[in-house]
Design a protein around this ligand. Structure first.
Ligand code: AMP
Length: 480
């Protein structure tokens, strides 16, 4: 939190410049901007009564605008539920005046009136099947245990570690134009041009902030950006940061999140990305599933859960980004919905290259010290031999499709990490999600061929998805 500079003249009555609907980020935030000199008091009413602030709901002043009395802040809500749905009234007051404005907050439906698990689970095992499954699992576990320990120790030993906890071989990529500069073509942004607004989230790499950036593009004086701040700036972290920035500079595609450059004058080191207003795709899917109410942008009206057509559009855009990465022989190694971002108008981009494993730590399996493996998204050859290829990315793409059609469930959510490893290496497949037409499940299955060479190419997968977007399959949920 920054300190307000000495109050400048002239006096300004308290006014509310902006009050917007809650943004679902790391914490939910009801953003506001107010002006006033002397500095106004800021209070809230919830459904007409004074809102008691505490650790779960509180006002956070994020930024005092440079050379002005305007301040920006958030009513920050930590994991709000249906209990928090209602009207939020912002009251500001100073000696010269007061103002009030109300916005509706809708976070989720009452979870006790509907159980989403009932409609989304795959076929349920009967007790007998379950008992059989358990005895087979126990027998397998004994054999697999020794084998797995040996394999996982080997996995840990043979990986190359990269800075932000990513294990990836340096990809061979074309160099960007004009990369003769010492910073490998990476654009530099001046620190004074970045005005942080509030925190959007946190990854292994560090915190991510929403910021306003001045003089970034010729056609816009200032624009919103997402800024990732490197949390530790050791010499090796700096080197890795520079390498990652060079790599990101090369990756330019409509379905890869746009990288604008770095800011390295002073601490912390930051990377500047395009701002994707709906955040990561996993969270987006969960909040647009049957158990969450969505607000139609600007209108505050619920607009329902994602349809088949939305899901196909999301999948096709990710496939398009993957076609591009494959054309550069870039192996992602960590394709998952948590690593994709959602912008305006359901634009989806691959947005993270392996830096998100703090928040979603349960999606990774820690092998030995620092290595975290996204085993639920990995094919048998990556789990067993740590072989990552364009074909292993295709397997993960199939899992991403499954995530999309389950509104963001964790693959093999019913299993522990070791059980999931066992299932995958034994050749068991994820079940067809209830909302998934057979045409789409066929696509998933063509990603999950055990032999990497048998998996369908990403271009063909992309074309198949495009065809389904044009002519969506008629899907009758007969059990619905
Ligand atoms: P990361 O460090 O990339 O894993 O980011 C952590 C979280 O910050 C993500 O899960 C997103 O919710 C958010 N985030 C990251 N990048 C962006 C972006 N470009 N636009 C909006 N939100 C972002």
């Amino acid at each position: 939190r920054r300190r307000r500079p000495a109050a400048p003249c002239p006096a300004v009555p308290a006014v509310i410049l902006l009050l917007q609907e809650a943004i679902p980020q790391h914490f939910w935030c009801i953003p506001f901007s107010v002006d006033g000199n002397p500095a106004p008091s800021v209070r809230w009413l919830f459904n007409g009564s004074a809102l008691a602030e505490g650790p779960y709901i509180h006002t956070r002043i994020v930024e005092y605008e440079h050379n002005s009395t305007v301040l920006h802040g958030c009513l920050q809500l930590n994991r709000p539920t249906h209990v928090n749905n209602g009207n939020y009234t912002l009251l500001v007051r100073n000696a010269l005046g007061s103002a009030a404005r109300t916005v509706q907050g809708r976070f989720m439906d009452n979870p006790f009136s509907f159980n989403p698990e009932d409609s989304l689970q795959g076929p349920v095992e009967t007790p007998d099947e379950h008992a059989f499954g358990v005895s087979v699992a126990v027998a397998l576990a004994v054999c697999a245990c020794f084998f797995l320990s040996v394999t996982l120790i080997a996995l840990n030993k043979c990986g190359r570690r990269s800075k932000f906890g990513i294990n990836r071989k340096p990809p061979s990529l074309p160099r960007p134009q004009g990369c003769g500069s010492p910073s490998g073509g990476v654009h530099h942004v001046q620190r004074r041009d970045i005005v942080l607004k509030w925190e959007l989230g946190e990854g292994a790499f560090g915190k991510v902030f929403l910021a306003e950036c001045y003089n970034l593009l010729p056609e816009q004086e200032k624009m919103l950006v997402a800024v990732k701040a490197l949390k530790e700036a050791t010499e090796s972290a700096r080197l890795d940061f520079q390498r990652e920035a060079e790599l990101l500079t090369v990756l330019q595609h409509e379905h890869i999140v746009r990288f604008y450059g770095v800011c390295t004058d002073g601490e912390p080191l930051v990377m500047v990305f395009e701002y994707m207003k709906h955040g990561d795709l996993n969270r987006f899917l969960r909040s647009h599933g049957p158990d969450a109410k969505i607000l139609d942008e600007g209108k505050g009206q619920p607009c329902g859960q994602l349809t088949l057509s939305h899901m196909l559009q999301i999948a096709t855009q990710i496939a398009s980004g993957m076609v591009y990465l494959a054309s550069l022989h870039f192996v992602h190694r960590d394709l998952a919905t948590r690593n994709c971002l959602v912008g305006h108008d359901l634009v989806v981009k691959i947005g993270d290259f392996g830096m998100s494993r703090d928040i979603y730590s349960t999606d990774y399996y820690r092998v030995g010290g620092r290595t975290m493996l996204p085993i639920r998204w990995m094919p048998p050859e990556s789990i067993l031999y740590r072989k990552f290829t364009t074909e292993s990315d295709i397997w993960s793409f199939g899992v991403v499709l499954w995530e999309i059609f389950t509104y963001g469930k964790q693959p093999w959510y019913q299993l522990s990490n070791t059980e999931a490893i066992e299932c995958i290496t034994q050749g068991r497949e994820l079940e067809r999600p209830r909302t998934c037409p057979s045409e789409v499940y066929d696509i998933m299955q063509s990603c999950w061929q055990r032999e990497p060479q048998q998996r369908q190419g990403i271009r063909e997968l992309h074309s198949r998805l495009q065809a389904l977007v044009k002519t969506p399959p008629v899907y009758l949920d007969i059990l619905g």
